[in-house]
Design a binder for this molecule. Structure first.
Ligand SMILES: Nc1ncnc2c1ncn2[C@@H]1O[C@H](COP(=O)(O)OP(=O)(O)OP(=O)(O)O)[C@@H](O)[C@H]1O
Ligand SMILES: [Mg+2]
Length: 296
């Protein structure tokens, strides 16, 4: 498959615009840093868009602005400019490969904890307007178990926890799942194994996490797939490109397409009110959803 022939999933046809269609929000997180969240978010976004999904990527990492660096983009504004009403959301959004839309959030994420009611309403309104043109929103979260990671995870429909085969990755993924389940009642997590040598190694990694979770937690972990260790992914990172675009025939690109196909075809759609983007943003800015409001 060459770069000129984007992957198409024949089972998926372009959806007709539907003003109330649900938007799936997936938070990509990991506990441990450096396990591949940003690469996974960017490449999954691109793979989904090549399957005719309308995708938005929210860079929620407070640290270095990874998503734009990863794609060699140079955003002028970020979410904080929307909050302060200096820019509209449309002015802040930048366009990546295959026209995936990216919201550089960085400093805006911190501001979210201190919004006035007017700013809250403005932000909810700005995002609500996107609802009609969007199928999936992916969030690249920061490493660790900070307030922002907890808040984004709680507001999303699905939490995808990335693990790789290192003791610290498994321990930190477990710590994150434990916090979200014991303190916030979340019980459903998608587990993605990254940097594995074989499909079986991916499954074994998942089993390790299940073993420890089953002993101590009441959670339901699903194995959503694996991304192989791939030198071509590292080459793409060096070139500031997504591997799905730079090396479409690579092992990792194929894995991203498989994952996208599974999400589009098999993951149940978010239901009812919670399926609209407006409710995601409302949860994001609601103090009751913030981790410092911890009750249990
Ligand atoms: N499947 C893979 N194959 C080969 N290398 C990989 C793979 N996934 C990630 N890497 C390597 O790991 C590095 C870190 O990945 P990435 O920046 O996506 O991690 P992260 O979890 O977002 O990190 P942070 O926690 O700092 O935000 C990449 O630059 C790449 O070199
Ligand atoms: Mg990152």
């Amino acid at each position: 498959m060459s770069a000129a022939e984007p992957f198409r999933n024949p089972a998926v046809s372009r959806q007709q615009p539907n003003p109330r269609r649900p938007v799936r929000v997936i938070c990509v997180t990991s506990g441990k840093g450096g396990v591949g969240k940003t690469n996974i978010t960017v490449n999954l976004a691109l793979a989904l868009s090549l399957q005719n999904q309308s995708v938005m990527l929210l860079d929620a990492d407070l640290g270095l602005a990874n998503v734009d660096v990863m794609l060699g983009l140079h955003p002028r504004y970020n979410l904080s400019h929307v909050i302060s009403q200096e820019r509209t959301l449309a002015e802040v959004i930048i366009h990546g490969p295959n026209d995936i839309r990216i919201i550089p959030a960085s400093s805006g994420v911190k501001r979210m904890a201190e919004l006035t009611p007017e700013e809250n309403a403005g932000l909810v309104g700005a995002f609500s307007e996107l609802n009609d043109s969007l199928d999936i929103m992916l969030i690249d979260s920061a490493a660790g178990i900070s307030d922002s990671v907890v808040t984004f995870s709680r507001a999303s429909h699905d939490v995808m926890v990335v693990v790789c085969d290192e003791p610290a990755s498994i321990t930190d993924a477990y710590a994150l799942i434990k916090l979200l389940s014991q303190d916030y009642g979340m019980d459903r997590f998608q587990i993605l194994a990254n940097r594995v040598a074989t499909p079986q190694a991916g499954r074994e990694l998942f089993n390790k996490l299940v073993k420890v979770s089953d002993r101590f937690l009441d959670v339901n972990l699903s194995f959503c797939g694996f991304i192989p260790e791939d030198p071509q992914l590292r080459k793409a990172v060096q070139a500031q490109r997504a591997v799905v675009e730079a090396f479409p025939g690579s092992r990792s690109a194929e894995a991203f397409h498989r994952l996208a196909t599974q999400i589009v075809g098999r993951w149940p759609l978010p239901r009812g009110a919670s399926g609209h983007l407006q409710f995601f943003i409302e949860r994001l800015v609601d103090p009751a959803y913030r981790s410092r409001e911890r009750t249990g």
